[in-house]
Write a protein that binds this ligand. Sequence first.
Ligand code: ADP
Length: 633
Amino acid sequence: MATKEFKAESKKLLDMMINSIYTHKEIFLRELISNASDALDKRHFVQLTDHSGQSEELFIHLSFDKDARTITLTDNGIGMTSEELENNLGTIAKSGSLDFKQENGGQEDMDIIGQFGVGFYSAFMVADKVTVNTKSLTTGESSRWESSGAEGYDISQGDRQTPGTDVILHIKESDENNNYDEFLDQYRLQSLVKKYSDYIRYPIRMEVSTSKRKADAKEDDYSDEAYETVTETQTLNSMTPIWKKSKSETTQDELNAFYKEHFYDMNDPVRVIQTKTEGSATYSALLFIPEKPPYNYYTKDFEKGLQLYASGVLIMDKCPDLLPDYFNFVRGLVDSEDLSLNISREMLQHDHQLKLIAKSLEKKIKNELQKLMTENREAYEKFFQSFGVQLKYGVYADYGMHKDVLQDLLLFYSSSQQKPVTLKEYVSRMKDDQKEIYYCAGDSIARIDALPQTELVKEKGYEILYLTDDVDEFALQMLMEYDGKKFASISADNADFSTQEEKEQAKQAQETNQPLLNAMKDALGDKVKEVKVTTRLKSHPVCLSAAGSLSLEMEKVLNQMPGQQPVKAERVLEVNANHPLFAKLSALKDTDSEKLKDYTEILYQQALLLEGLPMDDPAKYVQKVCRILEEQP
Ligand code: ADP
């Protein structure tokens, strides 16, 4: 019989496979096993509707012959007639492969081969000849298809006795660039099945040889004599995916073990989300919330994503589209029957089904975190230590688009509770006269607690949220308000906690001391926008505040970022008119204007120091302080 040519489009794909430089050639096995599994599904269906009562156990068998350089995959599925062979293997099936072919321009897209199904032709990545021996269950006809690649294929009379299909790969000779011999290896094949096809629902069997101790071996004999090679048929895949089992069928230990083995973590997950969802998006998912971030979590090497399975077959190891950035720490997998194995990366991105799944997962993750917070606060706080920053970035990102999802998951340290609290908890404790949520940003809790401006606010009984992460203030600015309450920095120059009486007093002090304040402002020049009397200090003589929307803390954060133009918050030096030093300054104004300058400068530098900001000129500051110390008796 004359050799037939492949259809043009098939030939192109075939050429790509033959010349594949792709390093993950190993996926050929996954593709062939999926085909076999589909064929078994079809037979299974026939058996279900067949009333003859005959039903055969369905399985896949894998074998290899090192000397003959062949790998054989057998299934007792539906089989094919010669016409089907012609249609199915002479042309690319009208599935994802076609789109794949159209999109494919060159070698760059080779990556797609690894990520998505490319079907039967992937066999040609490792084989220079493929034989398909098949018998159709429907017609009983036996046929053989054979091809050595680009030349075309032959179809002839076959000799298979029972319905099903053998696919025989004649493995290429290794050359300096490619090692094909590795596939002619028991252990390699075993592990490939485990890796890609562990959850195929039919048994994948292989004759496996292992070295075992002879039953009659002497107790102290460890020589080769004491061992024998035993060959037995083993089922390589575990078949039922743990995520397909119901909650009652799995134990926490089992899930933890699966997580640790599958996702290479040493710690148990904090929480497991096990879900089977039906409706607009039908999928099973098994998600894990880790306790600690992986070592590369805060580096650019970290890749987010969930494993994506289509009907038990792994099609992508890290599908990023399933997780929003703010939940990027979640590990796990999704299995959906609605996804096709032959789906390209581009298609996946636009896949409606995938979007629905992602949306549904987001809700589930949020609910689970919320549940963890109420059920086990301690564990939640631990979790938040690991990943809270990511949630706060999420609030800030995309112009605050996700704040509704995230705001109730946030924790900030509270001055009055001395532990992390939620915004909801804060609001529930707000004083009757309190209109805003107060916060103060700084390097550490201890440092903020010691700031001059926090002292009086605490004493007046207001709770303050201490913000210690760089992103905090940016996130709160993006939130703008919570439960109708605005956020207010107690370090802003317009923050005011005083009574009417205190306000009056301060106003008076401001007016009578205007010349002194002007002199101090002159001494500082444009380092500050203003020097003014404040009502917010108790035991401290001065503090710094910021006018405008850029706070001192934000200035610090922004200036730490590489490649940034330096920014500067507008500083206001606030002076405590009730402090003994104030009287001294006032006296100096009339007696020694040079000294007033020095004192003002020192106070200003000290205020910077307290805020954790760099001093303008430390050497000059030290000189000035020394001079004053020398003057003391
Ligand atoms: P796809 O699986 O995406 O349809 P393939 O190129 O992998 O594309 O396979 C083409 C077709 O060949 C399949 O759709 C199926 O009809 C047929 N086929 C492949 N392998 C087998 C098999 N082991 N048993 C029966 N039919 C098969």
